[in-house]
Design a protein around this ligand. Structure first.
Ligand SMILES: [Zn+2]
Length: 259
C-alpha cells in the first residue's frame, strides 16, 4: 500500500480553528474577547512555532482551515502554503454539518472552498468541524470535487468510500490533542493531561498502527499543542515518528492517494 517499501504511514494534521471554534460552539462568544483569545493564541503565537518545528524536522503537514479563519488570518495561511504544507477544508464557519440543512451545508462548503482556493494551492480534503457528518456530507464532497474526507473512525488505513469517488483517511480521538488537553471555562471538573501521559498514549498507538501497516493520522490544534510546554511534546513526536525509517511520513492528501 505504501511507497518506497514502507510498512506504514503517518500524517501530522493541524485543525487551525483559531477563534472560530469558540464562535461555532456558541455564536454569543463572538462578543467575548476573553473567550476568543484562547483561539487567537493559535494564530498569533502557535502557528509560527509549529511551522518552525515542522521545518526543522523536514516534515510536510496538512492544515485544515475554516474559511473564516483564512479570512481573519490570511498572512498565517500564506505562510503555511509557502512552507509547502497542504491546505484543506474545515468548514467556512466552524459549525457541525449535522446542525445545518442541506442548502446551508452546501453554502458552507462552497464558500470555504472559494476562500481557500484563492491561496493558489490545491484543496482536495475535507475534515468537518467536530468530525460530525450529516447524511448529505459525503454526497456534497463528491459533487464539489473533493478527493478525500478525514472524519471517520472505522479503520486504520485509508480506503475508498463505497459508491462515491472519495477516499476516507481515518482518524481517532486517541490521536487528537483536544481529547487529552481540551480545557475551558466549563471544564472545572477535569484535569489537564500531562505531556508525559499523552506521549505514552501516542507512542503506543503509533507503534500499534505501524505493526498493522496502517496510517497514523495525528490531529492537533495550534491553540492546544502550541502551548509552550506542549511544543516540546510535538518536537519529540516529530523526532520519534521520523526516526522510524520504515514509516512513510506524508500529507493527508498523499495518504489518500494510496487507497
Ligand atoms: Zn476544528
Amino acid at each position: 500500500m505504501w511507497p518506497e517499501g514502507a510498512s506504514a504511514a503517518a500524517a501530522f494534521t493541524f485543525d487551525f480553528d483559531a477563534e472560530e471554534v469558540w464562535i461555532g460552539e456558541d455564536p454569543a462568544n463572538a462578543g467575548r474577547p476573553g473567550v476568543l483569545s484562547q483561539g487567537t493564541y493559535g494564530a498569533k503565537v502557535a502557528v509560527p512555532e509549529i511551522l518552525a518545528l515542522l521545518a526543522r524536522h523536514a516534515v510536510r503537514a496538512t492544515f485544515f482551515v475554516p474559511g473564516r479563519v483564512a479570512e481573519r488570518h490570511p498572512g498565517r495561511v500564506r505562510e503555511i502554503v509557502a512552507a509547502g504544507h497542504e491546505l484543506a477544508h474545515h468548514g467556512y464557519t466552524h459549525t457541525s454539518p449535522s446542525a445545518l440543512s442541506r442548502p446551508e451545508e452546501e453554502a458552507e462548503l462552497a464558500r470555504g472552498l472559494e476562500v481557500l482556493r484563492a491561496f493558489g494551492t490545491p484543496v482536495t480534503g475535507y475534515r468537518s468541524p467536530s468530525w460530525d457528518l450529516s447524511p448529505h456530507t459525503l454526497d456534497l464532497l463528491a459533487e464539489h470535487g473533493l478527493a478525500y474526507s478525514s472524519n471517520l473512525m472505522d479503520d486504520v488505513r485509508p480506503y475508498r468510500i463505497p459508491g462515491r469517488p472519495l477516499v476516507e483517511v481515518p482518524i481517532s480521538w486517541v490521536l487528537d490533542d483536544a481529547a487529552h488537553f481540551w480545557f475551558d471555562g466549563a471544564s472545572w471538573t477535569k484535569s489537564i493531561a500531562t505531556t508525559d501521559s499523552v506521549r505514552s498514549i501516542w507512542e503506543a498507538e503509533f507503534l500499534g498502527i505501524r505493526r498493522m501497516g496502517g496510517a497514523c493520522v495525528f490531529t492537533m490544534h495550534p491553540q492546544i499543542i502550541g502551548r509552550p510546554g506542549r511544543l516540546g511534546l510535538l518536537d519529540w513526536l516529530l523526532s520519534f515518528v521520523t526516526g522510524h525509517a520504515d514509516v512513510w511520513v506524508a500529507t493527508a492528501a498523499e495518504i489518500a492517494g494510496r487507497a
